[in-house]
Design a binder for this molecule. Sequence first.
Ligand code: PHE
Length: 358
Amino acid sequence: MSDIETLEQELTAKIAGAETEAALEDVRVAALGKKGVVSEQMKTLGKMSPEKRKEMGPALNGLKTRIAEAIEAKKTKLEDAALDARLATEKVDITLPVAPDVKGKIHPVSQATEEIIAIFSAMGFDVVEGPDIEDDFHNFTALNFPEDHPAREMHDTFFFEPKEDGSRMLLRTHTSPVQIRTMMNEKPPIRIVIPGRTFRCDSDQTHTPMFHQVEGLVIDHETHMGHLKGTLEAFAKAFFEVDTVKTRFRPHFFPFTEPSAEMDIGYERVGNEIRIGQGDKWMEILGCGMVHPNVLKNCGLDPDEYQGFAFGLGIDRVAMLKYGIPDLRDFFAADARWLEHYGFDALDQPSLWAGLSR
Ligand code: PHE
């Protein structure tokens, strides 16, 4: 056996025997480091006769490469094993009770969402979710937005780069596309609420580029405007926890409902504070209406057999009103002091029987 083969066997055995990354590094330095055995051998090439060098050069280079590869492979193996060991030992027990000094607070948007869900659950609604990134069909076309109709502009849509076929994905401008997803997949009766993030290119005291909606959808044989109004008025009373809450319906236009309306809540601004159930100011909190026959048809439902109502509620808006938060933009400023002040206790689960927000 040549010297090179013997050396290779020795080094391979050492690499295999290295149990830790540090031990492996020692082997590497001893072989390939400046004064390592392989490096020392390489240095002898210069003093060899040209014939010998022709033979030994490639042989030594081959040895060097194979040893370096073997060390690299062993290193990956050791790293993987170390990670596995860490994953096995470093467990977080999420069932542990919360430590008394934990400071985290629930964001008012999460709180309001939970409260809204609690109210509609008690009325027999299920919760459904859908994707933030939508296609044109679900966000617009199936909702009866005509091609090139200005109603599409109403939404200040964030579009993605066009795909090869020219179609563009988008950030959903409302939670209404989940109406379509549900009606296409489920048979009525349908009674759902859909909480989620929505996106429009807009920013001022009452608009942010990302905001939250809860969509509502009811489809059954005999559903009418009275059900819509009754449901939303009952919701407003329960949510604002004020019996004197004032609501107002104004006629409006949405391509996917007919007739359509917007609902406002009466409030008053005292200094920097917002008060519900008094005053003569109105804030729009939701759009609603009877599901348009075309939308039912687009989802494969017969408009002569089924009717329904839908609404889309701005969660951030109702949270501002209910908790007296003057500027919507603060919701997304990630200011820990703001959250400390306006946030909610993580252990208080909103429910109708224990009280929504204590
Ligand atoms: N999607 C509408 C919006 O975001 C709200 C809406 C939902 C209106 C359902 C009617 C019915 O403006």
